[in-house]
Design a protein around this ligand. Structure first.
Ligand SMILES: NC(=O)c1ccc[n+]([C@@H]2O[C@H](COP(=O)([O-])OP(=O)(O)OC[C@H]3O[C@@H](n4cnc5c(N)ncnc54)[C@H](OP(=O)(O)O)[C@@H]3O)[C@@H](O)[C@H]2O)c1
Length: 341
């Protein structure tokens, strides 16, 4: 359940089904919380810090006191256009890092006081841009001890996307060549690290001032998409992670070897599928899914020092509108994160 549901939807009618623990921030269980909320679609100005009913965890859910919540382009798109979600009122946000406050009936994985990070079910589980959020336990993993809540909140959606593209869909292997579009962005900068950890040769596209950043992440080669054509390559790639879709998807087909894999995060142009069939390339469009196994894999990479999020900006929850305005310029290096506690 999320803060997009009605207050009635969040109330557990039978207190016996939850194992409540007192929340130090709200002795006796304060009934309300602050959330970055919108009652209409539109620009960042539609976002208002609003007092809303605090959700209660349903069966199989945990209530998390949000310490930090990542921002993703899908937040900007849903705020402006609605996309997959029903019309406002809405509280957005899929990324969360925080402390378990209460567990619902049947939860054995976590206890009050546990520090967790995760991605709420995409798209219908949004609601982390608030002081509290509920979600299914299996959307979460224990927060790695070596990173703080801000860093942890930067990871889930973008890292799960990179993991589900490179590892689960493309099966990226040692020695393979991968091209990552928008490699300095939220998904891209994590994808570069995941691909390097798997032993791949990584080429990333970014504007020239970001090439030093890509090399620090481990990229072997950089393409300045503003002055160079990424299709000018001597050797074909095994895998392309395409964050742009459209024409970029079609053009990416031409740089893959027969049997190679193109995974796009946005729909390709009309001719992408035909181009892929002709070139004997597998072309997929992926929508990220919440996944505890993926979160555990990401936590393991962090703990082994193979994955570090780059947070280029933090904003208090109350300044969420400013964070949206900055993020939707499309120029972010790494991630932006909302700080809540
Ligand atoms: N399907 C899914 O499940 C899924 C999951 C995650 C993300 N997405 C989508 O994937 C896209 C990327 O997400 P994100 O979080 O990585 O976005 P992001 O962090 O906002 O990406 C920003 C980066 O994109 C780079 N960039 C912009 N235009 C570029 C171009 N033409 N070529 C190369 N780099 C370019 C920018 O670098 P410069 O400043 O150098 O231009 C910037 O560093 C978004 O549209 C998002 O909605 C989809």
């Amino acid at each position: 359940m999320t803060t997009n549901d009605t207050p009635a939807d969040h109330s557990s009618s039978d207190p016996a089904v939850t194992t409540a623990s007192p929340d130090p921030a709200a002795p006796g269980g304060a009934p309300t919380m602050l959330a970055l909320h919108q009652t209409a679609l539109g620009g960042p100005e539609v976002l208002r810090l609003t007092e809303l009913p605090r959700p209660a965890p349903g069966p199989g859910e945990i209530l998390v006191a949000v310490h930090a919540a990542g921002l993703n382009p899908t937040d900007f798109k849903h705020r402006a256009m609605g996309l997959f979600l029903p019309p406002p009122p809405l509280t957005l946000g899929w990324d969360v890092s925080g402390t378990v406050v209460e567990t619902g009936y049947g939860v054995t994985l976590f206890q009050p006081g546990d520090e967790v990070f995760g991605m709420l079910p995409y798209p219908y589980g949004a609601g982390s841009h608030a002081e509290y959020v509920t979600g299914p336990t299996r959307a979460f993993a224990a927060k790695p001890a070596g990173i703080d809540h801000v860093q942890a909140a930067a990871l889930p959606l973008a890292a799960l996307t990179a993991w589900q593209v490179l590892v689960e869909t493309a099966g990226l292997r040692d020695g393979q060549r991968v091209l990552i579009h928008a490699a300095a962005g939220g998904v891209g900068h994590l994808a570069v690290q995941i691909a390097k950890e798997r032993g791949a040769h990584v080429t990333g596209t970014a504007s020239a001032p970001k090439h030093d950043f890509l090399r620090e992440l481990g990229a072997d080669a950089c393409v300045d998409y503003r002055s160079e054509d990424f299709t000018d390559t001597d050797e074909p790639y095994d895998v392309v992670l395409d964050t742009l879709g459209g024409e970029t998807a079609t053009r990416s087909v031409s740089v893959l070897r027969p049997g190679g894999v193109l995974v796009s995060l946005l729909p390709g142009a009309e001719d992408t599928r035909a181009a892929a069939e002709k070139a004997q390339v597998r072309a997929e469009v992926l929508l990220v899914e919440h996944d505890r196994a993926g979160m555990l894999a990401i936590a393991d990479l962090v703990e082994r020092g193979s994955l570090r999020p780059h947070v280029s900006g933090t904003f208090p929850l109350a300044e969420g509108a400013r964070a949206h305005a900055q993020g939707e310029t499309g120029r972010t290096t790494g991630k932006l994160v909302l700080t809540v506690r």
